[in-house]
Design a protein around this ligand. Structure first.
Ligand SMILES: Cc1ncc(COP(=O)(O)O)c(C=O)c1O
Length: 471
């Protein structure tokens, strides 16, 4: 029997499985009843996203005033389009960027397209096992030692919700005349309520990219790019938006963004107050778990994590007989809860202002039950994203990406130069980049990921263990 995507989605939507994953509207009918009725193009009176002067200009101004930005741009190609644009506008072709190594693959795609040089800054490793904040002192050190750096790029919050000290990093970047670009894809809900971190827009960043669809009631692919800079001009930003963004932006998506911004302006304060209460109650109940552990601020030193976004529910299964993957499977099969991602020792649920009291209660009860039924063990398989150090960059990324490549066995790849980008997905952070030397530790790591059943993108053939190298 063939499966049809539309029918499969509709049947899943009726299944009663609760979504602790993106998109942030959680499939509530907050958006619109019949999308076909409002699916238009640039007809008279409906403006043009690429040269807005009417209804779309006003819509973007409302977004800018909500977030406190000089200018905000609607994006219908996700944060990906905003990241490509921000890096392209902030740096000359061939320029040097100071970039956190845990950047999303879209940032590396901008590096490729604009032939950029990268100087890396590494996020802290944490005792808990996830990646932590970027240290402002290390940013300053890199800028001091590399006068060629023309912009700084980092991700805050990370996929797991770790926030960096953006105010300090912005001050440092500006001291060296470098604009700061923040990938705030997971932070579109920041700055709306005191229980969540402030948005980088108000902390001095020059360009901030946020995916509305990840954490707000907005349709998939909707995102914003905020510009607040004396280093980067609107003219340049618009030039690159014109290149990277579709010339047929969906009015359905844009109408959804307008609805979402209106909801935040008119009802955001009360709705987020209720959301914060539901989250607090969830975290309070999670304290009673004796084997599983729900990550909280106290799990980190201030050096490891400058701040933490409570909207991300990260459950550690360390010390239990479960892996993160198995925990997610139990939640799905026995409790009808679908999480956003699972990994070696943890699983992650994404919450939003649209999550119901019942949803949280079901999650809390399910965790208590699993906790009670799970045995303890001494060692859990770790699965920590790790990167090779910058000494292993043997070829410039954009040069390596354009070289002929071929697939060789994992064994034969050791000591050779990678011809591809390998990401654990989600979150889409490359663990190997084109131009980096492949070493034995990397091969061992990906074999572990394979054993755990994690999704690796960019491997030539996972079954027969073959990987791309530059020929
Ligand atoms: C940190 C980060 N940045 C950027 C992106 C790209 O966002 P989008 O899917 O909206 O293009 C993602 C996607 O997961 C992400 O996790």
């Amino acid at each position: 029997m063939p499966e049809f995507l539309d029918e499969k989605l509709e049947s899943y939507a009726r299944s009663g499985i609760y979504p602790f994953h993106m998109p942030g509207h959680k499939r509530n009918v907050c958006c619109m009843s019949n999308p076909y009725a409002i699916d238009m193009t640039e007809i008279e009176g409906f403006d043009d996203l690429h040269a807005s002067g009417g209804v779309l200009k006003e819509a973007q101004q409302r977004a800018a005033s909500l977030y406190g930005s000089e200018r905000s741009y609607y994006l219908v190609n996700g944060s990906t389009c905003g990241i490509l644009t921000a890096l392209s506008a902030a740096l000359p072709s061939g320029g040097t960027v100071l970039m956190a190594r845990n950047s999303h693959k879209s940032a590396y795609h901008a590096v490729y397209l604009r032939n950029l040089e990268i100087v890396y800054v590494y996020p802290k490793k944490t005792e808990f096992g996830i990646l932590g904040s970027v240290d402002p002192i290390e940013v300053e050190e890199s800028l001091r030692c590399n006068p060629n750096i023309k912009a700084v790029f980092l991700t805050s919050p990370t996929y797991e919700g770790v926030v960096s000290d953006i105010a300090s990093i912005a001050r440092i970047a500006h001291k060296y005349q470098a604009p700061l670009i923040v990938d705030e894809a997971h932070g579109a809900h920041f700055g709306i309520h005191a229980s969540f971190p402030s948005s980088s827009v108000r902390l001095g960043a020059d360009l901030v990219v946020m995916s509305m669809h990840k954490t707000l009631p907005s349709l998939t692919q909707t995102a914003l790019l905020h510009l607040n800079s004396s280093y980067v001009t609107a003219d340049l930003v618009e030039r690159f938006l014109n290149i990277y963004e579709t010339s047929s932006p969906s009015y359905v998506l844009m109408a959804g963004m307008e609805k979402c911004i209106r909801f935040l302006r008119e009802n955001g304060a009360e709705a987020f107050e209720e959301y914060a209460k539901r989250l607090n109650e969830f975290y309070r109940e999670a304290e009673a778990l004796s084997r599983l552990h729900v990550m909280r601020r106290e799990d980190f030193s201030s050096e490891e994590a400058f701040g933490l976004d409570p909207s991300k529910i990260v459950i550690s299964a360390k010390g239990t007989e479960l892996t993160g993957k198995r925990l997610a499977e139990l939640l799905r099969k026995a409790h009808r809860i679908q999480l956003e991602m699972s990994s070696g020792f943890y699983a992650l649920g994404m919450t939003s202002v649209m999550d119901s009291k019942e949803g949280f209660a079901r999650f809390s009860k399910a965790l208590r039950q699993i906790d009670g039924e799970t045995g303890r063990i001494r060692k859990t398989a770790d699965c920590v994203i790790s990167f090779s150090d910058s000494g292993r960059q043997r070829m410039k990324l954009s040069y390596a990406m354009d070289q002929p490549r071929r697939a060789v066995s994992f064994e034969d790849s050791i000591g050779r130069v990678s011809g591809g980008m390998v990401c654990l997905y989600p979150p889409g952070i490359p663990i190997l980049l084109p131009g980096e030397e492949i070493d034995g530790a990397f091969v061992e790591n990906i074999r572990n990921f394979k054993k755990m059943g994690l999704n690796l993108q960019g491997i030539a053939d996972m079954i027969h263990e073959r990987i791309y190298v530059v020929t």
